[in-house]
Design a binder for this molecule. Structure first.
Ligand code: NI
Length: 309
């Protein structure tokens, strides 16, 4: 459980070195969880491509997490090294982001990985994917009150490298307040996890924007909006088509997201990346590169060259 906000200063860490590997073995945290995913729930997940679970943690923990979460964003943690950026618009230091997104928030708030919420997410991932899971992403997506922009339709697989070697991956999306259509809950196309990876592009065809959207709007026949209560989660497969609406409420919409994968084979160093990722030219990326030591920057550029960039 997290400390109350009088301990804010002690739990907000200075930025760690930015050499954290992008995929790390994850065998649990110091928190404990007895959450169980039933056979029926697993079957529903395989059929639909998403699954809602309640009560990953207590209301008290969620309330204390909200305070720390808001502080991470108000202090713009991670901006300099590219961890904080606008997901759906061009980055600007002058105007507020439409949808601020922070990668690896536990770099700035290590106790995040000692919460019951985190322990529950790890347990869910192990039950859904089996042993040997890797934590491949951690991010926080905040939709500001009254003007938080929409998240376009996409499949998370589109963000992965082609040739990633991932057998299967899931995202565990955990809101820190109730989410409804009014404040931008997720929406899914039920069963799209069984379909192909569709062509993607940058929003407005602007490669300076981090986000991605499907080139063609999906068939809405099986559209399912998925409200989730604070302390719960919706888990989706990396192939499932999903989007989220604008936040029209007078409160921020806060989500904490953990991604897990099982790997069938090593990453291919030579697979050409997806065209929509090859064209990306984001300010976030430039900030991240500029903060790397020279040799790492060179190595990163060589790897990108091998993948077609
Ligand atoms: Ni997504």
């Amino acid at each position: 459980m997290l400390a109350a906000d009088d301990k804010l200063n002690s739990v907000m860490a200075a930025p760690a070195a930015i050499s954290r590997p992008r995929a790390v073995p994850d065998s649990g945290s110091r928190g404990r969880s007895d959450i169980r995913v039933s056979e029926e729930q697993l079957a529903a997940f395989r059929r639909d491509g998403f699954l809602v679970l309640d009560d990953l943690t207590t209301p008290d923990e969620i309330a204390s997490m909200r305070t720390l979460y808001d502080r991470l964003f108000s202090e713009r943690r991670g901006w300099e090294n590219g961890d904080l950026f606008d997901m759906v618009g061009r980055d600007s230091a002058e105007r507020p982001a439409s949808v601020p997104q922070m990668l690896w928030p536990s770099r700035y708030w290590p106790e995040l990985r000692q919460t019951q919420l985190y322990a529950s997410a790890v347990s869910i991932a192990e039950q859904m994917l089996g042993p040997g899971i890797q934590n491949i992403l951690e991010h926080a997506i905040m939709k500001p009150a009254l003007h938080g922009g929409a998240t376009p339709w996409h499949q998370d697989d589109a963000f992965s490298r082609k040739g990633s070697g991932f057998l299967e991956s899931i995202s565990i999306w955990m809101p820190l307040q109730d989410v409804t259509l009014e404040n931008g809950c997720l929406m899914y196309i039920r069963g799209s996890n069984w379909g192909p990876l569709y062509p993607h592009r940058s929003p407005n065809n602007d490669p300076r924007i981090h986000g991605l959207e499907t080139v063609a709007k999906p068939d809405m026949t099986n559209l399912v909006p998925v409200p989730v209560r604070a302390g719960g989660a919706v888990i989706h497969h990396s192939r499932t088509l999903h989007a989220a609406g604008v936040n029209t409420s007078d409160q921020p919409r806060r989500a904490y997201v953990l991604g897990y994968a099982v790997q069938a084979r090593p990453h291919s160093r030579f697979s050409r990346d997806y065209p929509w990722n090859l064209e990306k030219r984001t300010a976030r990326d430039e900030r991240e590169l500029s903060k790397l030591p020279g040799w790492k920057r060179t190595l990163r550029k060589v790897r990108r060259f091998l993948r077609g960039r």
